[in-house]
Structures are given as C-alpha cells and as structure tokens.
Unconditional design. Structure first.
Length: 95
C-alpha cells in the first residue's frame, strides 16, 4: 500500500500551480493513494500467458477500390436545396 505524505502533496500542488487549502490536503492524500494503489494493482496483473490483442473485436478496415460513378439524375438531387449554382449545391463560405 502506497503512502503519500503531506509534503509530497504540497510539492505536487506547487508543480501543478495549485493553491490547496489546509482542509483539502487530507482529501488529496486519500485520492492520490487510491490512484497509486490501483496503478500498482494494474502493474502487477498476471499477463504472462495472454494472447496479443489490438482491439476488443476482429473488425478490420475494409477498403474498396475508388471508382468514379456518374450520377444520372442531378435534377432530383438538387431539388432538395434552396440554393444551387452551376449544377452544384451552393453553401456559405467557411473561411
């Protein structure tokens, strides 16, 4: 079990430019000890016989060939916009 001193908390608070009140120090000590103890549990977890995994499932990127396809009915597509110009959607400038 990791023990954190008041001096260590004050040093960390100084590095992080935190202004801790005296009544907050005990709470920070408890929280930091909990974090360090959990990190210690994770560091000591048995992982010797585990398979290497990258993700939680077997999903992979599925790529398709880039192919140009001509859309035959531009008029029906453009009927959904209130503004069009030269057979294209007209949108406000972004930059």
């Amino acid at each position: 079990m990791m023990q954190v001193s008041k001096e260590e908390i004050l040093h960390i608070a100084n590095l992080a430019q935190l202004n801790l009140e005296d009544n907050e120090i005990d709470n920070y000590i408890t929280n930091l000890e909990d974090i360090l103890n959990f990190a210690n549990i994770v560091n000591n977890a048995p992982v010797e016989n585990l398979d290497i995994t990258i993700g939680s499932n077997e999903a992979k990127n599925v790529f398709r060939k880039d192919e140009i396809k001509v859309f035959e009915d531009n008029e029906s597509l453009l009927q959904n916009t209130s503004q069009k110009e030269q057979n294209m959607f007209k949108i406000p400038k972004v930059l």
